[in-house]
Design a protein around this ligand. Sequence first.
Ligand code: HEC
Length: 153
Amino acid sequence: MPRTSLPARLALLSLCALILAGCSSEVPDTHPDQPVTKRKQAFKAMLRSFEPMGTMLRDKRYDPDTFARLANELAGLRDQPWSHFGPDTNYPPTKALASVWEKPAEFEQRRQEFIAASDRLIAAAAARDEAQARSAYAAVQDSCKACHRDFRK
Ligand code: HEC
């Protein structure tokens, strides 16, 4: 192996970092209010509470108190994304489909189904009932997927 000087290696490393960053960077959200960024952040926050519940159930490590805490977090986050889907907010870097704005009644229907399913999850979590939590969790997951199938790229 030829010996390379430390500065040369560092330069090479930062070049690699630059190239990687360039490849993964998205189109910037240039809208003054950044509704796309805000709704994406709101969905990611929901996922951060929702996903660990699923992991817990899948790994058979159901812990009633942690599960209830996560369900309550989800309850506090589930109303956040929707107000950021205003008119004229279909612009890059969104992954939303035009159908969100073209079929508002259907989008609202999917949203309502998600709210109703998450009501059942929150109730099951509060009741500390694993079997109920399991089926309610699956129903919420289906409601996320159903909306993504029709309204997200
Ligand atoms: C009523 C429709 C609807 C429901 C219900 C819904 N989503 Fe989404 N979700 C969307 C749309 C539309 C986008 C794309 C937003 C954008 O890119 O502008 C999205 C994007 C996301 C993203 C990607 C955010 C990003 O950084 O690009 C995640 C993660 C996500 N949703 C998680 C969830 C989870 C978890 C649930 C259920 C607990 C859920 N969603 C329920 C419509 C929905």
